[in-house]
Write a protein that binds this ligand. Sequence first.
Ligand code: 9MR
Length: 561
Amino acid sequence: GVRDFGSPVRVNQLGYLGNGPRRATYVTDAVDAQPWRLLDATDRVVSSGFSTPYGLDAAAGTRVQLIDFGRYRGSGQGFRLAVGDQLSEPFDIGNGLYRSLRRDSLAYFYNNRSGIPIEARYVGEEYARPAGHVGVAPNQGDTSVPCLPGTCDYSLDVRGGWYDAGDHGKYVVNGALAAWQLLDLYERSAQHRDRGVDLRIPEAGNRTPDVLDEARWEIDFLLRMQVPSGSLAGMVHHKIHDVAWTGMPLLPSADPQPRYLYPPSTAATLNVAAVGARCARVYAAWDKAFAARCLRVAERAWKAAAAHPAVYAPDGGVGGGAYDDTKVSDEFSWAAAELFVATGKASYRRSITTVLKAADGFSWQETGGLADLALARAPWRLPLLDQWKLRQRIAAVADVYVAALRGQGYANPYKPADGKYVWGSNSAVANSAMILAIAHDLTWSGKYRDAALESLDYLLGRNAINQSYVTGYGERASQNQHHRFWAKSLDPALPSPYPGSLAGGPNSGLQDPVAQRNLQGCAAATCYTDHIGSYSTNEVAVNWNSALAWITAFADAENSS
Ligand code: 9MR
């Protein structure tokens, strides 16, 4: 049947910042401009105007018009936009709107920690659970994990870290990207005199910024994944996960399956080199011994990768994600850039071979652009002319995203050339917004700031299906993301996803049975269903929430200074 997306008036359901853009999208076949009204919580008309006809939005597959209510200077709660008798979902206007989402998006990580009990005093009774994979029955424990039979003859203590997503695997490539993004978030805040938010985690009050404590939970795990000795010494195991996919629902502590270390890969090794180098620089001010250890591991990984430059993780497999990648020139370049920034050594600089490209952005698989983002965080490492070129490169990419955002019916910097949305498309949106924000930091150009902020409108409801993809934020927010413990729709005794959890989002590939059953023929931006079984459109993942955390931290800082 026809899917019901509610009101045709699409807004950011969290709201609009007092000093940000204020636009909405109206779905209509009308050709002429339409009159709109902005209503306050008492239904009083506080502003009005006419929409701007746009035409067919290709990603949504419907015709739309644009509404700009930026002239309205008031603030408050419970506004609605109206066109005729069609009312949008309610939203707020004002400052400080992103403060709580900024904190919740980071709370995602504590909630998904492995190897430590998740305590009610930090997350509330509903979300508390016993430690997972610490060797208490029925778990076999991540404290001593053997290699996949026949691949090596040792076991490693790879306790800790975060669970990847809705499953209980722990994967180096995207785990490293997520930890990196939290470190970059911290550095961005520090460079902008933004003291960040306090988190409810066991390490709070230890004098280290909480976001660095959270990132360290993962980094400690990543360092443990390094091969200790033998012919592959210094390489890093690609992943650790169960021998077969576990059923749902299932608490981490109730997982009875054997878990294995999967063979090292060049990609995982270089990811650890990159995040280890960033770690060395960031933690130098907080824990010198840890910083030095990060650098030792990173340089050892770099050497090992150079000696084994084409060891690829295979596609396929059972019990966990593949995170396969057969092109690692981009990982070499990213690691080289981070190591250059950390050490200043010219040899590392000579190994930087990639630049940021609009079509690639960055992701766990495509890390070439991260070389530029590493340099952008420490431009003083470069001669002035190269600093200028770096700024120009990032601005040129940001210009492409601004054009994509302005050229679509819903403000979205993500516009894949083939028109198809990928698995985890929402992270591509948030990562593009991060690049826009960095372009703003480097150039002070307001168009990049506005586009970065407006990208959040898309994630929070101003989109083809009137969907806020973030649990707990917005009237029509995702609440059934694919997760083995946050599985209320399978067992009412279990909780919904913790507030601030980002769904993967529309995926044209329909790569799970629920999506295949319910979304046949969908236009790209509508290929999403808030069903716990739809892992290819509705899973959560560490590298997606890290992107949300970065961009909401930016929005919060831009707005509360
Ligand atoms: O985010 C990953 C996406 O880029 C891939 O296309 C997809 C299929 O390989 O896998 C995604 O990662 C999933 C991983 O394989 C297993 N845990 C959940 C991850 C998020 O869905």
